[in-house]
Design a protein around this ligand. Structure first.
Ligand SMILES: NC(=O)C1=CN([C@@H]2O[C@H](COP(=O)(O)OP(=O)(O)OC[C@H]3O[C@@H](n4cnc5c(N)ncnc54)[C@H](O)[C@@H]3O)[C@@H](O)[C@H]2O)[C@H](O)CC1
Ligand SMILES: [K+]
Length: 257
């Protein structure tokens, strides 16, 4: 097996709190990289997406220029996790994979970087389907198909409800394999899988609802919620991906060393 230089397998046996970031520290990493180092947020997003596609091309059957026998359905939320999803869809499509985009929000309601990547995907003519078609697509999917969960990442701070909760249930019921971008949707970076609102501790009838990923590719470092006793059931095989900056430097920036 070839090596993905920017992606490493997480070693659960040695994982400790000092290796992990909280959601707040993840935001600080972003801020430091953008404001102090001067790297553009779109470059960070592209690097994150490239790492995911790097993993994908080396672990999943490649197209070798021929039509692939499986479909990758990329489900994108409104924030930067969704932005990663649009970029991942573009890169996989460029590599020859059969890709379909599903988005929860119209372009005008996306975060600025997500909007750029959504517009690019549109201009390139990448297949883009209505969200209401996702249920049927996921239900009739084959085991070789993939769902890329780019709904929510480190920005999630409350239990899932409404349309998002339904989407997660549909994803989990699908025969497709599931790849979570940064974190499975419903998995709090700070509190773990589908817990009560970590901000208010209010119990919630959807507590426990979380994408059950086969693979999670998280950015920069593991997140503290991954230490939760049942986290691995939701994360699946877990990888840590670079966003193109030295991990040591980013750790120092959030005073973890
Ligand atoms: N340094 C890095 O690690 C990089 C991370 N990237 C990616 O960016 C996301 C974080 O993006 P952000 O826009 O801050 O948050 P989300 O996309 O997770 O959420 C956006 C949106 O969702 C709202 N929200 C929160 N909880 C819920 C909920 N339960 N239901 C509905 N909506 C919810 C929230 O208010 C926000 O408006 C990170 O995970 C990475 O994937 C960069 O691309 C690269 C660098
Ligand atoms: K996600």
């Amino acid at each position: 097996m070839e090596i993905c230089p920017f992606v490493r397998l997480l070693d659960w046996r040695t994982l400790k709190a000092a290796d992990c970031l909280t959601a707040g520290q993840s935001r600080e990493v972003d801020r430091f990289a953008i404001e102090e180092l001067g790297i553009s947020s779109l470059v960070l997003m592209e690097n994150a997406a490239r790492s995911v596609c790097d993993w994908f091309s080396q672990h999943v059957q490649t197209s070798s220029g021929e039509e692939t026998s499986f479909v990758v359905r990329v489900v994108c939320g409104r924030g930067n996790n969704g932005g990663d999803g649009f970029a991942i869809a573009r890169l996989l499509w460029t590599m020859g994979y059969a890709v379909e985009i599903f988005a929860t929000h119209p372009e005008a309601e996306l975060s600025p970087d997500a909007r750029v990547n959504a517009a690019l995907a549109r201009k390139l003519g990448i297949p883009w389907r209505e969200l209401r078609e996702f249920g049927e697509a996921a239900a009739s999917a084959q085991a070789e198909d993939w769902i890329v969960d780019a709904l929510l990442g480190t920005g999630q701070s409350r239990p899932l409800s409404g349309e998002l909760a339904e989407l997660v249930q549909v994803m989990n019921a699908s025969a497709s394999r599931r790849l979570a971008v940064d974190l499975p949707t419903g998995f709090s970076a700070d509190a773990g899988p589908g817990l009560e609102n970590p901000l208010t501790d209010e119990p919630h009838d959807l507590a426990g609802l979380c994408v059950r990923a086969d693979v999670t590719i998280t950015f920069v470092t593991p997140k503290i919620g991954m230490l939760h006793s049942v986290a691995r059931e939701y994360l699946g095989e877990t990888f840590v991906a670079s966003i193109g900056l030295p991990e040591k430097l980013l750790r120092e920036a959030v005073s973890l060393q």
